[in-house]
Design a protein around this ligand. Sequence first.
Ligand SMILES: [Zn+2]
Length: 119
Amino acid sequence: MDNKIPISSCLLRGALRHCPQCGEGDLFQSYLRPREFCENCSETFEGLEAEDGPAWLTIALTAHLVIPLLILLESKTSLSYGIESVILCLFTILCVLLILPIAKGAFIAFLWLMKKNRV
Ligand SMILES: [Zn+2]
């Protein structure tokens, strides 16, 4: 396929854990392990190492969700610190587990797009 894929579509496909080229095949073979190639269009994902980028993005996004919750719990409730800590820890873990694969998919899709445009 030589068609130019808009960067927004490419990032969305990656964030949805689909192949950035066809949008059909799975990008990951497990929770965070990317496939070597797309089963649908045979596009290769070799050499696309997201490294620490998805983790940093996940930390930044999670902090922007957890801090407002902390402020809300402190200002609007009279829960004990122990209960607040449990709520915040569980919410943080949930956010990380949900955001990390999305961030990694978007990063791999971005790297794939940069690799394609470089040629
Ligand atoms: Zn594909």
